[in-house]
Design a protein around this ligand. Structure first.
Ligand SMILES: Cc1ncc(COP(=O)(O)O)c(C=O)c1O
Length: 377
């Protein structure tokens, strides 16, 4: 099988990730932060090492890194925990349902108003559009850093500077950019950054991160046992305990630590490789008469390319690729607003996302296959 669905989750993971996961489970699979025996302490040290590695990446102090199950959970915590009844939230056309659905719930249940900003023709949101949208009622701006449909990257530092200027906190959805682009709070002028552990950071499923700037304190989504201040029935305020009730995903976090460590050593070559593979893919797919390539040619982008067959539907093309041994993602990619903006809400699209283990031969073979499958359309 040729795996071109790395935007959903990276696969395969570096072998060190698998080894780290089985290693902790074989040697000290105790409960981190629960109890003072040496196995629990050893497990706790792995968790703290991963927290430190993530803190260095996201530019905050380790206790302001919150472990979650996925980017969706990080975004839910940031949005549902921060926005209050009657507030206004500003987001963009590029948001994933991981943002749109929590916002829709706030609209329905807490009279929150949501403004969805539209980009220029190149898919890039301008600082001026954002500036004009902000009002004294705006409690939060939520923006997707890199689109999971077109790959287009938003000028987040500039957009964040507008939020700073207006005193409105910015939450960045770094699902497609963490591990690829600079995603520290300072570099993006952000107050919260949500990231999956299982995509560009090369960790396993069931891992996600939320980085909080000092002074930003959403309400926790879940309360319960934290292994600290057990005498109190109230959720502790200390960080990260306030947000991390229940047993942590030790094997996942050990794998994420190995993924981030691998990335630190090989970041430049991985990113260059994925970019070159994606450009190779785009070049070839862009020449096929039977398909339409999505996303502006000149906008900065991550390694994600989507096409729409000129005849037939995206789902059928995705199925045909699967039958021929190619894994892609067809449909709306949980991002209906950008498909509405692209005019592809009815057709959907087929997304190709190469990864660090994809080869040039695989890319060329897949493009030749797409050509055959769409030739008569
Ligand atoms: C832009 C974007 N945001 C959020 C998510 C949700 O990430 P997760 O699957 O880790 O919950 C995704 C996943 O594909 C995404 O592409």
């Amino acid at each position: 099988m040729i795996y071109l669905d790395n935007a959903a989750t990276t696969f395969p993971k570096p072998p060190q990730v698998l080894r780290a996961m089985t290693g902790v489970m074989e040697r000290f699979g105790a409960n981190p932060g629960r109890g003072g025996h040496r196995l629990a302490l050893q497990a706790g040290r792995v968790v703290e090492a991963c927290r430190e590695a993530a803190a260095a990446l996201l530019g905050t102090s380790p206790e302001r890194i919150i472990f979650t199950r996925c980017c969706t959970e990080s975004l839910n915590l940031a949005i549902l925990g921060f926005v209050r009844p009657g507030d206004e939230v500003v987001c963009s056309h590029g948001e994933h349902n991981a943002v749109m659905r929590p916002l829709a719930r706030l609209v329905a249940e807490q009279s929150v108003a949501v403004k969805v900003l539209q980009p220029g023709e190149d898919g890039v949101l301008s600082a001026e559009t954002l500036r004009q949208a902000l009002t004294p009622r705006t409690r939060l701006v939520v923006l997707c850093h890199a689109s999971n449909v077109t790959g287009v990257v938003q000028p987040m530092a500039d957009l964040g500077a507008v939020c700073r200027e207006k005193g409105v906190p910015l939450l960045v959805d770094a699902a497609q950019s963490a591990g690829v682009l600079e995603v520290s709070l300072d570099a993006l002028n952000a107050d919260m950054v949500a990231a999956p552990g299982h995509k560009g950071l090369l960790g396993p499923h069931g891992t996600g991160l939320l980085a909080l700037r000092e002074g930003i304190a959403p309400a926790p989504l879940m309360v319960g046992g934290t292994g600290s201040m057990s005498e109190s029935i109230l959720q502790p305020d200390i960080l990260p305990d306030r947000y991390e009730s229940g047993t942590l995903n030790l094997p996942g976090i050990a794998g994420l630590l190995a993924g981030i460590s691998h990335l630190r050593r090989h970041h430049r070559e991985i990113v260059q490789r994925e970019h070159a593979l994606n450009e190779r893919l785009r070049r070839q797919l862009g020449q096929l008469p039977g398909v339409m390539l999505l996303g502006d040619e000149h906008a900065p982008r991550v390694a994600v390319t989507s096409i729409v067959p000129r005849q037939g539907d995206a789902g059928a093309l995705g199925d045909a690729l699967d039958r021929s041994g190619v894994a892609v993602r067809a449909g709306l990619h949980c991002a209906p607003a950008i498909h509405a903006w692209l005019g592809t809400l009815q057709s959907g699209a087929v997304r190709f996302s190469p990864g660090m283990y994809t080869t040039e031969e695989e890319v060329d073979g897949v493009c030749a296959l797409v050509e055959r499958l769409t030739r008569h359309s």
